[in-house]
Design a protein around this ligand. Structure first.
Ligand code: AMP
Length: 213
């Protein structure tokens, strides 16, 4: 099963991806996580992406399409995958189409987590993430069992550098300008499913499982 989680920053894509992994055993492919790993490792790609990420801008399509190509060709993607944070531009969506044709696979479902803008800033600023396993929590709405510690792997939680009010406003503007138009792109393909992303985490997971079957 090849699926994509679609939605604004802070809509809950990373949070829900963890539950989909648990149930369906397919890997999460988060371009944001891969870029952060490259930044931390100080690779040339990481150095190029760093400034864009910190200012809330999108990283170039060439870099992103390159890392997706490499990742989708790995063995663990053969049984399916969850795209999280990719594609984010029409050029990326078109590159993905082309790649999937070459690989003889298709996107089964795009799940849009719909959350109004006015809830996004509070969600993102209160987010705490695990650098080790990518687990995502919220100080108020989804606190870990032990403060500051990841429920999934026991490692410390941190606040992402770009999870501040100023950068979120920029990321949201990028989302509306570049990514939101992909909604119609996938709707026309007949794979788009919409979910109310303002419900609680468990209800949203149940809604996703109903769609995925
Ligand atoms: P995320 O973890 O998905 O919120 O992504 C964090 C940041 O990484 C974004 O604000 C962008 O700067 C960059 N990024 C992640 N995925 C993409 C993508 N598909 N296209 C362009 N930039 C991306």
């Amino acid at each position: 099963m090849n699926i994509m989680l679609f939605g604004a920053p802070g809509a809950g894509k990373g949070t829900q991806a963890k539950y989909i992994i648990e149930k369906y055993g397919i890997p999460q492919i988060s371009t944001g996580d891969m870029l952060r790993a490259a930044v931390n490792a100080g690779t040339p790609m990481g150095l190029e992406a760093k400034a864009c990420m910190e200012s809330g801008k999108l990283v170039s399509d060439d870099i992103i399409v390159g890392i997706i190509k490499d990742r989708l060709s790995m063995e663990d993607c053969k049984k399916g995958f969850i795209l999280d944070g990719f594609p984010r531009t029409l050029a990326q969506a078109e590159a993905l189409e082309k790649l999937m044709i070459e690989m003889n696979i298709s996107l089964d479902k795009v799940i849009s987590l719909n959350v109004p803008d006015e809830l996004i800033v509070g969600r993102v600023v209160g987010r705490r993430v695990c650098k080790s396993c990518g687990g995502s929590f919220h100080v108020e709405f989804n606190p870990p069992k032990k403060e500051g510690i990841c429920d999934f792997c026991g490692q410390p939680l941190v606040q992402r550098k770009d999870d501040n009010a100023d950068t979120v406003a920029k990321r949201l503007a990028e989302y509306h300008a570049q990514t939101a138009p992909l909604f119609d792109f996938y709707k026309e393909k007949g794979v788009m499913e919409e979910i109310d992303g303002t419900k609680n985490i468990k209800e949203i997971t149940e809604d996703i499982f109903k769609i995925l079957g």
